[in-house]
Design a protein around this ligand. Structure first.
Ligand code: GLA
Ligand code: CA
Length: 779
């Protein structure tokens, strides 16, 4: 950083007095550095107030309005990821044009006096398909993503070089507005591999990002795992977290470093089939106040979440759970770019912390909103009547092996003999419909681990068996990012203890591209049973933003005027798709809907308000049947103890290890003296004293789960997210129990428990007893 300082100073001298960042045409050379306890902009202390926004989640014609909204909120910086898989959809073919023009986005920010923090990954998480990594990496069977795997690293280098070509010259030292660049993303929650993180740092530098501070972002619980000496360390946490506690370790290790929360979560993301997420505005604002009072820089993730258009939504695992298309995130600026009560509460605070004598500009006007009268006249193209040329394969292979990245894939075979028993598909990624001679036999949903379909009656030799699999988003978090689609391994018929693998398949690729879906043979007609494409024209006198109401449709995707708008699914909670007016036309417009299930009524209306919170599936799933009570009377505890007060992980070792598959924590009392028990994350320690894999964990029982105020079910103790938690309802008294099926037997030596992250640690359990058994408990 010394080097940088001297370059910076000479630049300052050469220019005479530099007044700071300006939007005038003449480029001013500035510096941004890591100083003692503060960031320095041209040598002056600066608190970074960054707004996280994602350029592909905003239509390009709306970028400026969103940037101005962030500025009017009181932010001085924009923070953005670079999404590798968006720019390199085909290996070696890069696209940085239009909505993908990151440099144009940065220049637009500069025009309005905003700085930029760039987070080029290569992995970004972000609830984005595969965390931003290109699917075609998975064509290599043994690839180890986010490691020193030679092929992976070779591709990372090529990509990062392209990013450098776009953005390196926009570093602040070169007259641009980029003040910081991130190296990898939360690698601590993926693994421990300093060699890999160092290699990524070097690649980022080689790409030209040599002039501004490079930083790592992680959780306070794991940032030391991969922390590199020459990078700045920042931490991520959400609304409600105890700020002092979050920075405690960091301050101890680096007393003089400027502090920054690189992701302060304003809200949270939505999954299909789960309750819409919100976070309290006042709590969010008080967290930011707390940071500003301590001169802590922050980036508010998200300040404006926007929309995950097309097929770009990711998923979490375990249990597999795909993301909704809306990325509203309960952020201060809504999905459609509207200011919200949260926005104005935060703005009031940020006005108080604005540079002396300055008043925040007024937020720009929102774009006009229109209603679109119900579209009911469709032309239809049944999916099975419109199949492309098939490929032939002896054995089942995942989608990637047929050179397909996204969409649906049909596996078809003709039975060579009569079969009966259970059809086992290993594994369905992610949602399958099975047909025999065109008749629907059943559906399998990966979210529920449904990979087997009992055959109600025998299927005769010569039957045409069709398995139509829709790929939802690739997992964007943890090791399961190695998420191949279609059918990943094989299809068998299991009868008694005999398993017969089905072979000799025809494979039909059904990509989600407009060129593909628009080229079907559409014929005027009514809704048909089963999967079909629907096309309609609609006329508009004037354009404006609207929300396409998909409530009467089953499951699929929508395209308007060639733009892939996103996925819909009747189960909700999202029922409308945000349709930006800038992609509509005065006069004739075209809409195409692929419905894999079929609509109850083929009708699309444009509403003036979104519906993001209408869940139509019995969810979130709780883990106790009516009247079911865990009976521990005849069980002996393997360990009894008392948790300590305060935030942070607590580790417990048993005096004697014990073997078992079912783990029960019986919480006997808490510190607050109320009824609530809460746990954010939980690990069981194996023979080597390290956490055992949670990949196949299942909650078998939780006596109480709060689902009225949020998603507080017991599976949140192993969803890998430290900011989500299990919480019991407030009118059910202690004791509280959770029983975990570890998936297989382990030699259990202890466990780790992470309480909630808030200062007052709500629901912190005091006394507890632990039970471990080879067989399930009695209820
Ligand atoms: C982490 C990641 C982000 C995003 C958030 C949750 O902090 O770094 O990309 O996934 O979680 O929204
Ligand atoms: Ca959690």
């Amino acid at each position: 950083m010394k080097n940088l300082l001297s370059i910076g100073l000479s630049a300052l001298l050469a220019l005479g007095a530099v007044t700071g960042f300006s939007s005038c045409a003449e480029k001013q050379i500035s510096t941004f550095e890591v100083g003692k306890g503060t960031f320095l902009l041209n040598g002056e202390p600066m608190v970074v107030k960054a707004a996280e926004v994602h350029y592909p989640r905003i239509p390009e014609p709306y970028w400026e309005q969103r940037i101005l909204s962030c500025k009017a909120l009181g932010m001085n910086t924009l923070c953005l990821y670079v999404f590798w898989n968006l720019h390199e959809q085909e290996e070696g073919k890069f696209d940085f044009s239009g909505n993908k023009d990151i440099a144009a986005f940065c220049r637009l920010a500069q025009k309005h006096g905003m700085y930029v923090i760039v987070r080029p990954g290569p992995y970004v998480c972000a609830e984005w398909e595969m965390g931003g990594l290109p699917w075609w990496l998975l064509k290599k069977q043994d690839i180890q993503l986010r490691s020193l795997d030679p092929y992976y690293m070779e591709r990372v280098k090529i990509f990062m070089k392209e990013v450098g070509k776009q953005l390196a010259d926009l570093q602040i030292s070169r007259g641009g507005n980029i003040i910081m660049v991130q190296v990898e993303n939360e690698f601590g929650s993926y693994g421990t591999d300093k060699a890999y993180v160092s290699a990524i740092r070097d690649i980022v530098k080689e790409a030209g990002f040599t002039d501004v501070p490079l930083f790592q972002c992680d959780w306070s619980s794991n940032f030391t795992n991969n922390a590199l000496d020459d990078l700045l360390w920042t931490v991520n946490f959400g609304t409600g977290a105890n700020i002092e506690e979050q920075f405690k370790k960091l301050k101890e290790l680096r007393p003089e470093t400027p502090l920054m929360c690189s992701e302060f979560w304003s809200g949270w993301f939505d999954h299909w089939g789960r309750k819409h997420e919100t976070r309290d505005a006042a709590t969010m604002v008080s967290g930011i106040k707390d940071m500003l009072d301590r001169n802590i820089s922050f980036s508010l993730y998200m300040t404006h979440g926007g929309t995950t258009f097309g097929w770009w939504g990711g998923a979490n695992n375990p249990a597999y759970s795909a993301m909704c298309s809306s990325y509203d995130y309960d952020a201060p600026i809504s999905e459609a770019g509207w200011t919200t009560p949260k926005y104005f509460q935060l703005r009031e605070l940020l006005q108080q912390y604005a540079p002396e004598g300055t008043t925040l500009p007024e937020p720009p006007a929102a774009f006009p909103v229109i209603e679109v009268p119900a579209i009911t006249k469709w032309e239809v193209a049944p999916l099975f009547g419109n199949l492309p040329e098939p490929k032939q394969t002896e054995t089942i292979k995942p989608m990637e092996q047929f050179d397909q990245g996204w969409g649906s894939i049909l596996y078809r075979t003709t039975l060579k003999e009569n079969v009966s028993g259970v059809l086992h598909i290993d594994e369905v990624h992610d949602w399958a419909q099975v047909f025999a001679d065109g008749k629907l036999l059943g559906r399998l949903d990966r979210r529920h681990g449904e990979f087997s379909l009992p055959l109600k009656s025998a299927l005769k030799k010569g039957t045409q068996l069709d398995i139509l699999v829709e790929a939802m988003g690739r997992v964007n978090f943890d090791k399961s990012i190695h998420d191949r689609k279609g059918i990943t391994n094989k299809v068998e018929v299991i009868s008694g203890d005999k398993a017969t693998e089905l072979t000799d398949w025809k494979v039909y690729n059904l990509p989600p591209f407009y060129e593909f879906v628009s080229a079907k043979k559409y014929q005027s007609g009514n809704a048909v049973d089963g999967p079909a494409y629907y096309r309609a024209k609609f006329h508009l006198d004037k354009t404006g933003d609207t929300f396409l109401d998909m409530q009467t449709w089953g499951k699929g995707m929508v395209w308007v005027n060639g733009h892939a708008m996103g996925r819909f699914w009747e189960i909700g909670p999202q029922q409308t798709l945000y349709m930006p007016g800038c992609w509509l036309k005065e006069g004739e417009n075209e809409i195409i809907v692929l419905d894999l299930k079929g609509p109850s009524e083929a009708k699309v209306e444009g509403l003036t308000k979104p519906i993001l919170d209408m869940l139509r599936e019995k969810a979130p799933e709780t883990h106790r049947q009516d009247g079911q009570n865990l009976n521990l009377k005849s069980e002996t505890a393997v360990h009894k103890g008392t948790f300590a007060q305060g935030n942070g992980w607590q580790e417990v070792k048993f005096d004697t290890p014990v073997s078992g598959r079912y783990f029960c924590l019986n919480a006997l009392s808490n510190y607050e003296g109320n009824n609530i028990a809460s746990i954010a994350e939980f690990d069981v320690l194996g023979a080597d004293g390290k956490p055992v894999s949670r990949e196949n964990w299942k909650i078998v029982y939780a006596d109480s789960e709060e689902t009225r105020s949020g998603n507080r079910t017991a599976d949140k103790i192993f969803d890998l997210q430290e900011s989500t938690f299990w919480q019991t309802v407030d009118n059910t008294a202690y004791p509280h129990q959770v029983v975990i099926d570890l998936g297989k037997e382990y030699r259990v030596t202890g466990f780790r428990m992470l309480p909630r992250a808030e200062k007052n640690v709500p629901g912190l359990i005091r006394d507890y007893a632990v039970y471990v058994k080879k067989d399930n408990f009695k209820y």
